[in-house]
Design a protein around this ligand. Structure first.
Ligand code: ME8
Length: 500
């Protein structure tokens, strides 16, 4: 891997209509773990998150609260930033769609698409779901209700601008079916069958009825309707069509020598799998490399959501269990594509079995034995045994396995691989029975070898876990006497790095 490869990763920009919950924390923490892993590998990383602040719903919420929309979102955005601090999220940039530079770029993008003929003026007739802020056509409704949340929709008619999607249908179909853009790819067929095969419908991209939005610069009374405003954040935040930042060529248009990944949940897959590529094609820009789509965190079988009100507050959990335990739990439970149900019980079991009994036990037993038998420093005299070879191989091969999973955005599988080696290390303790060796004066060299091998396995395991549990691992390094240098990426497929 070249030292200069770039890695750009984004979360969705969340609606600051209410406080965020553990579902939003999942996507953000998953992106954070990937960003940290890539930084550890030496990539030049840009990790973007932010908030999507316009729209009718926020306008209404602010009115209910008796404050201006800006006052309303400012307050929530402060809690969002507090949450990412609590969760140890190492974002490099935070975009707010109310930032001047974004609004200006978004207007320019809209105007450019209009002048090129990709956006035209027409009349909108359809149905609107307020909680989801989505417009639907007749054919998209399910039993006359919103296909996403199942609630009532309202009839809507008005003069509006449309983005012509059909010219891009073939390219999008190929992108979904023939490339590694969509992860997991199993969902590509469903998208193609539901949205592309029936004929890609033009997208309504303006409204006239609400005020808390970006105005269309060339037509007073029209405002940019959500998806152009929201999706363009991924490039305006790098400086596309603005002078606030100058990173667009570096992180986005750095063709072939960089990677761009968006992560979202399935609720907004369609926008990122179809509309966003179409916008980029119309703007004649390179496409992102991957769209990683995860399922929903559910609670009693239903999607956890602000509008359903069945949310788990990450602040409460964080204070009770600590941020790393929660990070570990959500990352370990959720696989790309599938839903994952949340309960305190599952979380506590997971923390007890993997973190306390598995990894915690490995570290505390090993460190206690080094103390008990050797006063904290191993003698240099050693004696290896054939049984060591398989164990060492397991440890030195782990890096390649984890790298492979991370490259495919398979975080759960990466953690599973690491915990297989945790179990293997605990098994090595049972096999070598150091407590018996400790009773026999003639076995001191053998005992020292066993404990050294265990310390080495902990060095590798903890370094690989650090992107997922960033605050705990430095404490482990202190306990095993590992320096910053010992836990560098280049040293994780080697054995014998800790000082003898
Ligand atoms: O959709 N399980 O914002 P949003 C897992 N502003 N992830 C969940 C989740 C759950 N129960 N609930 C929310 C928007 N999420 C738009 C996005 S992007 C250009 C614009 C996460 O506040 C998940 O990542 O409704 C989902 O896609 C996102 O929050 C939706 O956040």
């Amino acid at each position: 891997m070249s030292e200069h490869k770039t890695f750009y990763i984004t979360t969705p920009i969340y609606y600051p209509s209410d406080k965020l919950h553990i579902g939003h924390s999942y996507t953000t923490v998953a992106c954070d773990a990937l960003a940290r892993f890539k930084r550890m590998q030496g990539y030049d990383v840009m990790f973007l998150t932010g908030t999507d602040e316009h729209g009718q719903k926020i306008q209404d919420k602010a009115a209910d609260a008796g404050v201006t929309p800006k006052e309303y979102v400012d307050k929530i955005v402060a809690t969002v930033k507090d949450l990412w601090k609590l969760m140890d999220v190492s974002y490099d940039r935070f975009i707010r769609t109310t930032d001047d530079y974004h609004m200006e770029s978004c207007q320019k993008i809209f105007t450019k698409l209009y002048e090129q003929g990709d956006i035209y003026k027409g009349e909108y007739t359809g149905h609107y779901c307020k909680p989801c802020e989505s417009f639907w056509t007749d054919s998209q409704l399910v039993d006359g209700k919103c296909p996403d949340c199942g609630r009532e929709v309202y009839d809507a008619h008005e003069e509006a601008y449309f983005f012509k999607m059909s010219p891009f249908a073939d390219r999008i179909e190929k992108l979904l079916l023939e490339t590694d853009y969509l992860r997991p790819k199993t969902r590509a067929i469903e998208l193609v069958n539901n949205f592309i095969k029936p004929g890609l419908e033009d997208l309504c991209v303006s409204r006239t009825t609400f005020k808390w939005v970006i105005p269309v610069s060339f037509d007073e009374g029209h405002v940019v309707y959500v998806w152009i405003d929201a999706l363009s954040n991924y490039i305006t935040a790098l400086g596309y069509e603005n002078s606030r930042y100058n990173d667009f060529d570096h992180y986005w248009a750095n063709n072939g020598d960089g990677e761009v990944i968006h992560m979202v949940a399935k609720d907004i897959m369609r926008f990122h799998a179809i509309i966003w590529p179409a916008m980029l094609m119309a703007l004649d820009l390179p496409l992102p490399d991957h769209l990683a789509v995860h399922g929903w965190i559910t609670f009693n079988g239903e999607k956890m959501s602000k509008s359903l009100g069945n949310v788990v507050d990450p602040f409460v959990l964080g204070e009770r269990y600590g941020c790393d335990a929660i990070r570990y739990h959500i990352l370990r439970e959720m696989a790309l594509g599938a839903d994952s149900s949340f309960s305190n019980e599952i979380m506590i079991n997971r923390i007890n079995s993997d973190l306390a009994n598995g990894f915690g036990n490995l570290v505390s037993r090993t460190v206690a034995m080094v103390d008990k038998y050797f006063g904290g420093t191993l003698p240099t005299e050693r004696e290896s045994a054939p049984i060591d070879d398989d164990f060492k191989a397991c440890v030195t091969q782990l890096l390649a396995v984890v790298d492979g999973e991370i490259d495919k955005t398979r975080i759960k599988q990466a953690l599973e691989a690491i915990f297989t080696v945790v179990a293997r290390a605990n098994k090595y303790i049972d096999e070598t029975e150091p407590w018996k060796l400790g009773k026999d004066e003639t076995k001191r060299a053998r005992l020292a070898s066993v404990l050294y091998n265990l310390l080495e396995s902990i060095r590798v395991i903890s370094a690989l876990l650090a992107p997922f549990m960033p605050s705990t691992m430095p404490k482990v390094w202190e306990q095993i006497g590992a320096s910053e240098n010992d836990v560098k990426y280049e040293k994780l497929d080697k054995f014998g790095v800790l000082p003898e």
